[in-house]
Design a protein around this ligand. Structure first.
Ligand code: SAM
Length: 471
């Protein structure tokens, strides 16, 4: 199950950024060049009607990344940045026909909707190729490389050890390669005055760069006209925290939507300005942003609900009884209500997050362990009661069996990983790891620790039930 080989990662680094080299300037993110470009970006925002608090600067924050820093203490409520409506970069709404933007709009239709970052990425590539682009001071400040997994080598992708995310990486690789092919065919027919990339070739690597630039930096805006994703220059220099010290607000006016960042706490001198990117799992953080958070409260490990797997877990937990596949028709209807059986069933169940265990899986186990004689009691419970971890809605005996089976499932999932946490932690101590190699290790260690945490929390519940029974 955990031995999927993905040996077609795209080249690790982008080829020389052909699109920017033609401008006579090279986007190199050396420290000094970066500082200077950072200052140019701040000046550009101010020159174009935006506000940047004088006590803010762009600075290196380690790992080659940059961030926004307070150079003086700032009180909570301070307005840090404001971008007027014309500074965000987004896909144009109704471009004039026979303009490059119109061609671009046609090209975005080739991209599946769920890969919205690739759609907006085409616009970023277009501005990167456009000599004299209004957004050049912004585009030029974007990182040249992104540590997202579709740039990993095959072995690095395999080293993630978690099939759902490996599947997503492969899908993204495939989408980039497919789009490269389609664009190559279409763009040869486009007249030069309508060519969105100034006649330059766009390949899977530059598409990947653009998709990562967008997925790791774009914001979603909602207003009366609907929702849209956009790039917010300078605001997107803020790094992420689940306990942020600043927030974004949106203001509507007849000119459009402007965006501001406000300090949400007192900021000490030298504080990083941190926003929250949302309640995101490590899968999304890895795939879209190229980093993971240890002990991420929003992370989870997924598995496919399958009675054969539950049977294996029951046997591993040394619990007797008939196989779950023999379950009575009466239980079937509850499993259907839980959407785990029947047409259109949704079989993905998760461990982790604030609930610890997917309520549907817990309810299914409780129901599957119920005897025919318990059925009246099952009928008296509503579905949400059956899904709550607190309490033992069908009695302590069924509860202990259900919890022991869940512990066994976590242990089986853990056993599917080819290496243990200790082995991974030893590899992490090596100094010659690549950035991608380290990220893959951190990612899989976080998944395994999540399962260990689940086992420990569920075991504590079993122990407390056993104590109650003995009293
Ligand atoms: C919106 S940008 C923030 C600015 C970025 N650091 C830069 O140098 O341009 C998001 C990227 O910053 C980095 N980042 C943000 N928050 C992070 C965090 N908490 N830990 C590690 N990297 C983070 C990741 O590379 C992510 O893709």
């Amino acid at each position: 199950m955990f031995r999927i080989y993905a040996h077609w990662g795209l080249p690790r680094t982008l080829p020389p950024p052909s699109l920017s080299l033609t401008r006579g300037r090279v986007c190199v993110r050396s420290y000094q060049a970066h500082q200077q470009q950072g200052e140019e970006l701040i000046s550009w925002v101010r020159q174009n009607g935006g506000h940047v608090h004088p006590s803010l600067c762009l600075s290196s924050i380690g790992n080659g990344g940059m961030g926004l820093i307070a150079t003086q203490p700032l009180v909570s409520g301070t307005l840090l940045i404001t971008l007027p409506p014309h500074l965000p970069l987004s896909l144009p709404n109704s471009p004039a026909s026979s303009s490059p933007d119109y061609t671009l709009a046609q090209l975005t239709k080739l991209v599946p909707d769920e890969l919205w970052a690739l759609k907006l990425g085409l616009k970023v590539l277009m501005e990167r190729a456009h000599i004299g682009s209004f957004w050049w001071p912004y585009i030029c400040n974007l990182p040249q490389r992104f540590n997202v997994p579709f740039f990993f080598t095959g072995p690095e992708i395999t080293n993630l050890q978690y099939p759902p995310v490996i599947y997503q990486v492969k899908r993204r690789c495939r989408a980039l390669l497919d789009l490269e092919k389609e664009l190559r065919n279409i763009l040869t027919e486009v007249p030069s005055n309508q060519h969105p990339f100034g006649g330059q070739e766009v390949n899977a690597s530059s598409l990947g760069w653009a998709m990562a630039a967008v997925s790791s930096r774009a914001f979603q805006m909602h207003n009366s006209k609907g929702s849209a994703r956009l790039m917010l220059p300078l605001i997107d220099m803020c790094n992420h925290s689940f306990s942020p010290n600043a927030r974004i607000i949106q203001q509507e006016s007849k000119e459009g939507t402007s965006f501001s960042v406000i300090a949400d706490r007192h900021l000490e001198e030298g504080a990083d300005i941190l926003l929250t990117y949302g309640a995101l799992s490590n899968d999304i953080l890895l795939l879209d942003y190229g980093f993971v958070v240890a002990e991420n409260p929003h992370d989870f490990v997924e598995m496919r609900y399958d009675k054969a797997m539950l049977d294996a877990a029951r046997m591993a937990a040394r619990l007797n009884g008939d196989g779950f596949s023999q379950s009575a028709v009466s239980r079937q209807s509850i499993l259907e209500q839980l959407n785990l059986e029947g047409a259109g069933a949704s079989l993905q169940v998760n461990f982790g997050g604030p609930k610890l265990v997917d309520g549907r899986l817990l309810a299914a186990l409780r129901v599957l362990y119920a005897q025919d004689s318990d059925y009246d009691s099952v009928q008296q419970r509503n579905l949400s009661e059956l899904q709550m971890l607190d309490g033992a809605p069908l009695g302590d005996v069924i509860e202990k069996k259900s919890l022991k089976t869940l512990v066994a499932i976590c242990a089986l999932l853990l056993g599917h990983f080819p290496t243990s946490i200790t082995e991974d932690e030893n590899i992490l101590k090596k100094i010659d790891l690549t950035e991608a190699g380290r990220l893959a290790l951190e990612y899989r260690v976080a998944k395994k620790k999540l399962l260990v945490d689940c086992i420990q929390a569920l075991s504590r519940r079993i122990t407390s039930l056993e104590k109650d029974t003995m009293q």
